[in-house]
Design a binder for this molecule. Structure first.
Ligand code: HSE
Length: 435
C-alpha cells in the first residue's frame, strides 16, 4: 500500500504520544481499514527537551503550532485543548482546505457552531470523536448507529475524575482531596481540576452529545451544573443504605416542555449499570424509541483510549480523501439546515425525585412536622431512613421523595429550614430511576 495520509499533530502530550504509539503498533490493520497508511510527519511541541513515551523518528518537530498547519500534511490533529490558540489553528487549517481531527471538547461545545459552519463552507471534514468519553465511540453511536431513533434521553458518567473520586470515597472512605490528588497523578484530571469537580468538563461533553441526539445547535450555555462539593461522606453512606450509589451524571432529556441539560451528583439505583461503573471509567445510557435502553462503558480518558477515538476519525478522513463533501456524515448527525435551537429548562423547571438529608433534634413530633410539610406540598415520601442519635447528638434523617417539580422541592426545603428543630446543614441531591 503506497498511498499515505500525512498527519500533522498539534500537541505531543499524553494523547498525542498515544496517537503516535497506536499508529505504530496497529499500522498494518489501520492501513487495511483506511485504504492507505496513516503516518505522523509533523508535530508541534511546547518543550522539545521533554522525554516522550513514543518513537518520534521520522517526525519533524516544530515549536510553532502554525508551522504544522502550513507543513506538507493532509490532515491536522489538534490536541492542545482550550479555546485559543486552538480555534485560530483550526480556522487556519480549514481555510487551507485541510481536514481537522480534534479532541477539544471545550472548543467544540463553546465555539462549535461557528467552527462547523466554516468547515461546511469549505467542504472540509471536522471530526471530534475524542472530545467525548475518550475511547467510547459515542459520537458515532448517536450520529450513525442509532440514527433511526427518536432519542428522548441520555445520561452518562462522562467525567472520569469525578467518578474516580466518588468511587474512592465510596469504596475506601478516602477524602475528597486525597482522591482528587490521586486522579491528578493518574492523568485523568483537567489542567484546572475545577473543570472536573464543578461539572464544566462534563457540561462541555453533554452539550455535544445533546446536540447530536436531539438535532439542535450546540447550546453549552444552557447546561445547568452542580459540582461534587455538594456530596458529603455521610450522603454516600446513607445513599448506599437506601439502595443507591452517588454518581456525577450528565443528563439530557427532551419533552414537550423543552430540553433539560444538566450535570450534577445523582443517586442512581444500585442495580443499574451506571451505578456499577466505577473508577475512572465512563458510561453512557442512551434511550431511543426503537432500540430502548442501550449502555456504553469504557475508558473515558488517557493516552491510548483517546488515541483510539482520534485514529478512528483519521481513518474516516483517509476513507473520504477526494470524496464530495455532500457524502460526509453531518457533523452533528442532522443536516445543518435542519438543526433547531430548542427551549432549555433551568434547574427550577425540571422534575425529579430528590434525596433530602436533615439533621434534626431528637424530640417527639419532629417526624410528624416534617412529613406534614411534605404532605401539604403534595410530596410523597418514597423511602425514609432515620439514624439513631448517638449520645447527645442530633438524629439524621434521609428521605427519598416522589417525582416533583424542583421549585416545589425548593419550597419544601425553605419551610423545613424554618422548623426550630431542623439544623442548617440540609442536603438535597437529585435521584434518577431511568424508568
Ligand atoms: N478530565 C477528563 C475526565 C478527561 O476526567 O474525564 C477526559 O476528558
Amino acid at each position: 500500500m503506497n498511498e499515505v495520509l500525512k498527519v500533522g499533530l498539534i500537541g505531543l502530550g499524553t494523547v498525542g504520544q498515544g496517537v503516535v504509539r497506536v499508529l505504530a503498533t496497529n499500522a498494518e490493520e489501520i492501513a487495511q481499514r483506511a485504504g492507505r497508511r496513516i503516518v505522523v510527519t509533523d508535530a508541534s511541541v511546547r518543550d522539545a527537551s521533554r522525554a516522550r513515551d513514543c518513537d518520534l523518528s521520522g517526525i519533524r518537530l516544530h515549536a510553532d503550532p502554525f508551522a504544522v498547519v502550513n507543513a506538507d500534511v493532509d490532515v491536522i490533529v489538534e490536541l492542545i485543548g482550550g479555546i485559543s490558540p486552538a480555534q485560530e489553528l483550526i480556522a487556519a487549517a480549514i481555510a487551507r482546505g485541510k481536514p481537522v481531527v480534534t479532541a477539544n471538547k471545550a472548543l467544540i461545545a463553546e465555539r462549535g457552531n461557528e467552527i462547523l459552519a466554516a468547515a461546511r463552507a469549505q467542504g472540509v471534514l471536522l471530526a471530534f470523536e475524542a472530545a467525548v468519553a475518550g475511547g467510547i465511540p459515542i459520537i458515532k453511536v448517536l450520529r450513525e448507529g442509532l440514527t433511526a431513533n427518536h432519542i428522548d434521553s441520555l445520561a452518562g458518567i462522562i467525567n472520569g475524575t469525578c467518578n474516580y473520586i466518588l468511587t474512592q470515597m465510596t469504596a475506601k472512605g478516602q477524602s475528597f482531596a486525597a482522591a482528587l490528588a490521586d486522579a491528578q497523578k493518574l492523568g485523568y484530571a483537567e489542567a484546572d481540576p475545577t473543570f472536573d469537580v464543578e461539572g464544566i468538563d462534563a457540561a462541555h461533553k453533554l452539550a455535544i452529545l445533546a446536540s447530536i441526539a436531539f438535532g439542535m445547535p450546540l447550546q453549552f450555555a444552557a447546561v445547568a451544573t452542580e459540582g461534587l462539593s455538594k456530596v458529603q461522606a455521610q450522603d454516600i453512606q446513607l445513599a448506599r443504605e437506601l439502595g443507591y450509589r452517588i454518581k456525577s451524571l450528565g443528563i439530557a432529556k427532551r419533552s414537550a416542555r423543552g430540553v433539560e441539560l444538566r450535570v450534577h451528583p445523582t443517586l442512581v439505583p444500585e442495580d443499574h449499570l451506571l451505578a456499577k461503573t466505577d473508577g475512572a471509567l465512563n458510561a453512557i445510557r442512551v434511550h431511543g424509541n426503537a432500540v430502548g435502553q442501550t449502555v456504553y462503558v469504557g475508558r473515558g480518558a488517557g493516552g491510548e483510549p483517546t488515541a483510539s477515538a482520534v485514529i478512528a476519525d483519521l481513518i474516516d478522513v483517509a476513507r473520504l480523501v477526494g470524496a464530495d463533501a455532500r457524502h460526509f456524515v453531518p457533523a452533528l448527525g442532522f443536516g445543518a439546515d435542519t438543526l433547531r435551537a430548542l427551549p432549555t429548562l433551568a434547574f427550577a423547571d425540571i422534575e425529579s425525585a430528590y434525596y433530602l438529608r436533615l439533621q434534626v433534634a431528637d424530640e417527639p413530633g419532629v417526624l410528624r412536622a416534617i412529613t406534614s410539610i411534605l404532605a401539604e406540598l403534595d410530596i410523597s415520601v418514597e423511602a425514609i431512613l432515620q439514624k439513631e442519635p448517638r449520645d447527645d447528638e442530633d438524629a439524621t434523617l434521609a428521605i427519598i421523595s416522589s417525582e416533583i417539580p424542583e421549585h416545589r422541592c425548593d419550597l419544601a426545603l425553605a419551610k423545613l429550614r424554618e422548623l426550630p428543630f431542623v439544623r442548617p446543614d440540609v442536603s438535597r441531591l437529585r435521584v434518577e430511576h431511568f424508568a
